[in-house]
Design a protein around this ligand. Sequence first.
Ligand code: VGL
Ligand code: ZN
Length: 204
Amino acid sequence: MKALLLIDIQNDFLPGGPLGVEDGYSVIPVANRLMPRYAEVVATQDWHPPNHHSFASQHPGRKVGDVIESGGRQQVLWPDHCVQGGEGAALAAGLEFEAIDKIIQKGTDPELDSYSGFFDNDHRTATGLESYLRSQGIDAVDIVGLATDYCVLFTALDAVQLGFDTTVILEGVRGIDRTPGDSQRAVERMQEAGVHIARLTDLP
Ligand code: VGL
Ligand code: ZN
């Protein structure tokens, strides 16, 4: 059985937000159109405490876009975004909320970022998404949302690695492109890992 995953379709990732993704609004009608076709729809929410270590504001002398070393991993420093309970963390108002069966929040540990909907970036702490999908008998996932080169990328890579038949729907994703070409490279990386890359017209 197949689930639709809506990745981080939240106000702060929409144009005008601190991490606004260019053309980000266009994923909303795609998500709305797709939702009724799935037995299960799960949305993820980036959900950071106000002192989250991915925020440049927590690192005096550093600025947005700097990359620091943290716990043996590279951490990009972002503007404050998706603070728990804030308007910026809310799901985009245009989404058909009634069709969402479950919301999974991630990035809640102040010391750890979580691009993937499945695990924190240390790949040790699970968010509960996998166990939820398994409990619903899901073995395949289609993915839309934000951003192609971060949370969509790492969610899709984990999904295939966990054995889900995984598809990213191109019209339903947009990227940050911190470096030009990041989204295109993310698509290639997903494809190499065994993620299917589809267009709406390819879907049943
Ligand atoms: C994301 C950067 C920081 C995302 C989340 O949802 O792609 N990107 N936090
Ligand atoms: Zn974040």
